[in-house]
Structure formats: C-alpha cells, structure tokens
Design a protein around this ligand. Structure first.
Ligand code: EPZ
Length: 434
C-alpha cells in the first residue's frame, strides 16, 4: 500500500491547475447509458473512481475508450450493445457512486440489478430516496441477496419531493426522468454545480431539463436520447483543497482552471480568517499573510459550506488563533481525521456533530492513517505545516479523487514523495477501527 512522506515547512508558491470534477464526471459517465450513440466527455480526471466507473460500464458491455497523449483526459463511451444491466457488489463496495447507474438502466434497458452499497466510513448513507423516487416513476423494485432489482416497461413522469436533499439521488432520478413518459417535477433538489453540469450534458443529448441549479427541476421525457460531446466542469473540492493548503502554509498560490463562484462559501470564510483572496475570471490567488483568525463553519448543501471541505478546513483551524466550532450537518460520522490531527498535536474535541478546535497548537510530523478521501486531504494539508516528517498511510483513498496530487504539490514547492515499500515497524501507523 502506498504512503506519502511529507516534510513540512515550505510555503506553497506558484500556480496549480485544477482537474475536471470527479463528482461531475461520474454521473456524466452513467448518463452515457441513456443512449446507443457515443458520448464524448472531456476534462475527465485521471483518478481511481473514474477507473472503477469504466470497469462498471465495461462489465455491462459498454465500449469505454480512454484517450491518451494530449487527449488523455477524454473518454468516449458507447453503450449500444449492453448485455448485462448490473452493478456488482465487487464494484459498488469500492465506490458508492456506482448506484448512479440505477436510474439510467431502468429508464433505457427496462431493468437493472444494482448491489446495495452497505457501510461507509463517513455515515450510513442509505439510498432509500433513489428507490422511493424510482417507485414514484413506476418502477417495480424488489430487494434480495443484497441487490436491488428494478424494472419498468416505461417509466412515467411524476412529482417527486425529496425528503432530504441528496446529490446523487437528484442526479439518478434526473437521468431516469429524461426517458420517462410525460413530465417529471423534482422538488427539494440538490443545487450543486455537478447537478447543473449533468443537466447541461443531458440537454445536449436531446433531453428537456429545466431548472437545474434551483430547488425544482422539470423534465419533459423524450423517446430517445442521442450522443453528445461535453466538457466536465472543474473540481471545486480539489481547488478548495489547494486553496486551503496555500493559505495555511502562508504561501502565494494561484489556482487556475477553476470557477471562483463555485468556491464562494470557502473563499468568504477564508477572508474571515484573514487570508487575502483575489478572484479573477477562472482563477483564484490566495496570499497567506500573517496569523490566521478563527472562524466557525457549518456544513450545508450547496451553496453552503461543503461537507467535502470540512476535513481540510479543520486542518486550517488548528493553526488559527482562538476556538473554531465546526458543525457537520450532512454526514453523521465525518470526523475520523480529527483523531489523526490530534496525534499530530492538534487540540480537537468532538461533541456529537460538532468539533471544537482550539488553536493555535504546533503540529509535529507523525505516522497517521487516511480513513476516506477528504480526510486524507486534511492530513496532507496538516503535514505541510507540521514540524518534521509525516507519513500518511492508506493513500489509496486520496487516489480515488485527486489527480497526481503529489506532483501538483511538488510543483508549488511542497516536499512530498510517495513510497510503495514497507516501512520499518516503528514508523507504521497504528490500526484505527472504522
Ligand atoms: C455526494 O454523495 C458526493 N458524491 C459526496 O462526495 C458528497 O460528500 C455528498 O454528495 C454531499 O455533498 C458524489 O457526488 C459522487 P447525498 P451522495 O445523497 O450523493 C442522506 C467525496 O468525498 N441520504 O447528497 O451520496 C445521506 O445519508 C464525496 O467526493 C439519505 O438519507 O450524498 C446524507 O446524510 C463523499 N437517503 C445526506 O442525505 C438517500 O437516499 C446527503 O447525502 C440519499 C442520501
């Protein structure tokens, strides 16, 4: 298993280019199931979850062609000859977003067999709202042997009110509704930029979707969708992660190929912390000048402060003067990184859904363990300001969603290297229950 070895102390200086959004690319790839014609997707990040989705689609009989050379971020997917409308447990257990194929498969193939995802390191994360929504659209759903079996001759438009805002739930039902008979109205929808990006792609494929980015999405079902070419939006969480790293290290970092509007909740918070932020077209420059001030955050659905930035923000809060209260409202168990930050010298106390972070405490390098994608990013950020060397175990989590993170960090001055071999016993991280 790969590890990162990071020596702290260097400010991040220079420019880093942001990749395409993993969480927009995954539903876009699933949307290719809705048509027999090829869908060409550009700006696809080279991360592990994309490879998992490629395997998932290929196992169903889709042709997934990956670009190479200058076209290495382009993927062409053709789902003409689907043979096996199934998402196996083997794949779903490694990536919950695999359940995004449920809606498109029932809508086009009339049936789907998708494994239930099971447990997760950040919360229960059920998919009941996907299932209830598909039932409203007329699908017959049964559950056995850990799989959901869904079928429908043709889905029928309906009014669906989400009891809770769900990102992939909105995306799944949005895709299903494009081929349903008549009009579907989705209410209390997620407004994330990734949902909007999916709607843009679906409309390019011939769908009739209105209102994405608001709480109500209307979909007028059509008989058939066709192929399209689409460029995936920049990854707002990758951008935010580098921005926090730049601010925390007291650097002068410009993050390019991003959308500052998508980052507004984070950038405004960083300004409260005393960081200088320049928003400029498709880039953000941040200058970490002087001591950081503490500021509380509450995670919320977009356009609120994203849960996917909470762990990284906690690393920053450990270095701010004063007490920051971090309230996690989206997932019930998303504080695993706190325990590892404490091992590095942070003062963090967990009280239910709140973390109380008292700063500023000096951090010192230690052997730590990544528990999920964003928790890993938090540890990398903390390591950049820790005294001495930090060894982060289980970096396969970070490889799921950050493209070449160590290369990008090295390019702006960080001392980071990846090692694959076993370390001497005294340096290995202790096991953590999860
Ligand atoms: C998406 O997950 C993202 N994943 C997550 O990114 C992100 O953390 C999350 O949205 C919240 O922003 C992708 O886009 C692929 P939800 P998703 O359904 O859609 C509850 C990352 O690090 N809920 O919006 O699975 C759920 O338990 C990640 O990149 C139900 O109760 O999240 C949670 O409390 C991880 N029933 C809340 O809703 C359902 O049927 C929001 O979850 C669905 C969700």
């Amino acid at each position: 298993m790969d590890k990162f070895v990071i020596r702290g102390g260097n400010p991040l200086l220079g420019t880093v280019r942001i990749s395409g959004a993993k969480n927009a690319a995954l539903p876009a790839m699933a949307a290719a199931l809705l048509t027999e014609e090829p869908v060409i997707l550009e700006n696809i990040p080279q991360v592990r979850d994309i490879e998992t989705e490629r395997k998932l689609l290929s196992a169903m009989g889709a042709e997934v062609e990956l670009g190479y050379g200058r076209a290495q971020h382009r993927t062409t997917i053709c789902c003409r000859d689907l043979v096996n409308p199934e998402a196996s447990y083997e794949l779903v257990k490694t990536m919950r977003a695999s359940t995004l194929v449920l809606g498109p498969l029932v809508a086009r193939m009339k049936s789907a067999r998708v494994s239930l995802p099971g447990g997760c390191a950040i919360g229960a994360r059920p998919i009941d709202l996907h299932i209830k929504g598909l039932e409203k659209l007329g699908a017959k759903i049964t559950q056995e042997h850990g799989y959901i079996q869904a079928s429908a001759e043709r889905l029928k438009g309906a009014r669906i009110v989400f009891e809770k805002i769900t990102v992939t739930g909105t995306e799944d039902l949005l895709m299903a509704a494009t081929l349903a008979e008549g009009e579907t109205v989705l209410e209390n929808c997620a407004r994330e930029p990734e949902v909007v990006d999916l709607a843009v792609l679906l409309n390019k494929m011939g769908a009739q979707v209105e209102g994405a980015g608001t709480q109500t999405i209307r979909v007028h079902g059509v008989e058939k969708l066709h192929g399209a070419r689409h460029r995936i939006i920049p990854d707002l969480i990758e951008a935010g992660t580098f921005i926090i790293a730049g601010a925390l290290t007291g650097g002068d970092l410009t993050v390019t190929s991003c959308d500052p509007i998508h980052l507004d909740a984070l950038l405004t918070k960083l300004e409260d912390c005393g960081v200088t932020v320049h928003r400029n077209g498709e880039s953000v420059r941040i200058v970490g000048n002087g001591p950081l001030k503490c500021a509380d955050i509450i995670t919320e659905e977009y356009p609120g402060f994203p849960t996917d930035m909470q762990a990284q923000y906690m690393a920053l809060a450990t270095q701010a003067n004063g007490t920051s209260i971090i309230t996690e409202n989206i997932f019930e168990n998303r504080f695993m990184h706190a325990l590892e930050l404490v091992r590095m010298g942070a003062n963090v106390r967990i009280e239910g859904s709140r973390a109380v972070v008292r700063g500023r405490t000096a951090l010192s390098g230690a052997a730590v363990q990544a528990s999920d994608l964003r928790a890993s990013a938090s540890l990398v950020i903390a390591a950049l300001v820790a005294d001495g060397e930090t060894i982060i175990d289980r970096v396969y989590h970070i490889d799921r969603g950050y493209e070449h993170i160590e290369e990008k960090l090295k390019g702006v001055g960080a001392q980071i290297r990846r090692i694959g071999e076993l370390l001497p016993r005294r340096m290995t991280a202790p096991a953590v229950a999860s």
